[in-house]
Ligand binder design. Structure first.
Ligand code: PLP
Length: 437
């Protein structure tokens, strides 16, 4: 264990981890560079899911760490309530240049989960300010993941993430997810399945359209296996929202910042929501940060409803717009632009997807889905659901590849700086593992 005493490892309660299982053979990373992680014994591990979709620029970029350390030496912290620092304004402005119009206002938090809670509260506050305080219901989706705070858990469509935690927020109805057996091994947007968007209309007509505050979806459902929206699906959601005065929220915590080949999935799929959440690649994972961006209309409605000098939104975090996080984010935006990384994703996508789809001949591979530099695959479960997925993840780690597994679904989302021969390396390791486990 190098300089880590195995007996001292019990004090850290690891998130979303079988802690007892992990401690039997800990997989501990002690440094990273570019697309590689290095374990405590110095073995290189290709980071095939960019950590948790956080590091598309690659690990330990000096421009980012330099910007953060310079900021910490200049202004490490300032209360974000009733005071501010220049980078908060600069970063928000720079983000709005990437976001689709009319999404022009940004509220900062510290994680994807907080960006979701913020989106939920802004949706409530918007309708309240608009004289429609009865709009308190949300439409979410099966197989959704919107983080781990109670609002996000209530929206969640993943049974394990909710069953121990009570009923959650009242008034949440779930649409069906978009995956259907006929889409197996489809690449890109499936041609069928758009009609599942009509679930939103059924929910609206069941509960009363004027009781629904918002519909929230990940444009590509990420954590449950890269479920790409059928052609016309997001458009239909937009249409139904417009018909019934429902806000459309895109959770772009995974899809934001280039993963689909454009800055946001909203742009890739040509559908503009009213609210967008983001995190992860916002700072390349170098600082914890989330952001919730809203349309001019939402912003103006909430502002206009408050007396002129009063607080417009009673919401905020001690670390909202933390100076070091803003510095990291600004440095990232510069790299995304200077290195033309979103276009690079679009250019590399075919090569990447060809490589991943070459795995479909393997017996245990039940399905593959993919878009941009993002792919998901399902493997045949062993007797216990998730057991084969965990075995695969461990095997891969010891053979030089790190990927995110959710149960028996694997997620591949390499850093955008990956080269073609490194994609080959990733797929070679993955094939060998899938054939073994
Ligand atoms: N929303 C989506 C779509 C996510 O994928 C995640 C995390 O994976 C979250 C929200 C929560 O983000 P965080 O873990 O930063 O709280």
């Amino acid at each position: 264990m190098n300089n880590l005493d195995k007996h001292s490892l019990h004090h850290y309660w690891m998130p979303f981890t079988g802690n007892r299982d992990f401690l039997e053979a800990p997989r501990i990373i002690s440094r990273a560079k570019g697309i590689y992680l290095y374990d405590i014994d110095g073995n290189a591990i290709l980071d095939g899911s960019s950590g948790l979709f956080c590091t598309p620029i690659g690990h330990c970029r000096e421009e980012i760490s330099h910007a953060v350390s310079q900021q910490l030496n200049t202004l490490d912290y300032v209360a974000p309530f009733q005071s501010a620092h220049p980078l908060a304004f600069q970063f928000a402005t720079a983000l709005t240049q990437l976001l689709p119009d009319p999404i022009n206002h940004v509220f900062f938090s510290n994680s994807g989960s907080e960006s979701i809670e913020t989106a939920i509260k802004i949706a409530y506050a918007y309708h309240y300010a608009n004289g429609e305080g009865q709009r308190i219901r949300f439409a979410s989706r099966e197989r959704a993941y919107h983080g781990v705070n109670m609002g996000g858990v209530s929206l969640s469509g993943m049974v394990k993430n909710r069953q121990a935690y009570g009923p959650g927020l009242p008034g949440i109805a779930h649409m069906r997810h978009t995956w259907q057996a006929e889409q197996r091994f489809h690449r890109g947007q499936p041609g069928s399945g758009a009609e599942r968007a009509n679930d939103l209309e059924r929910i609206a007509l069941t509960y009363g359209p004027d009781t629904i505050a918002a519909c929230i979806v990940e444009p590509i459902a990420g954590s449950t296996g890269c479920l790409v929206p059928p052609q016309g699906y997001l458009e239909r959601l937009r249409e139904i929202c417009d018909t019934y005065g429902i806000l459309l929220i895109f959770d772009e915590v995974i899809t934001g910042f280039g993963r689909t080949g454009k800055a946001f999935a909203a742009e890739t799929f040509g559908v503009t929501p009213d609210i967008m959440t983001m995190a992860k690649a916002l700072t390349n994972g170098a600082q914890p940060m989330g952001a919730t961006a809203v349309s001019d209309q939402i912003h103006a409605t909430i502002f206009n409803a408050a007396p002129e000098k009063a607080i417009e939104l009673f919401h905020g975090y001690t670390y909202s717009a933390h100076p070091a996080a803003c510095a990291a984010g600004l440095a990232c935006l510069e790299i995304y632009q200077n290195e033309n990384l979103f276009n690079k994703v679009a250019a590399l996508s075919d090569y990447f997807l060809d490589a991943i789809y070459s795995l479909q001949d393997i017996d245990t591979v039940l399905d593959i889905r993919g878009f941009g530099l993002f792919a998901g695959f399902d493997i045949k479960p062993a007797s216990q659901p998730g057991a084969r997925g965990l075995a695969l993840q461990k095997y891969l780690f010891h053979h030089g590849l790190n990927i995110k597994m959710t149960g028996d679904s694997g997620l591949i989302a390499p850093p955008f700086i990956i080269q073609e021969q490194e994609i080959d390396q990733l797929v070679t390791i993955l094939r060998q593992a899938l054939e073994q486990v």
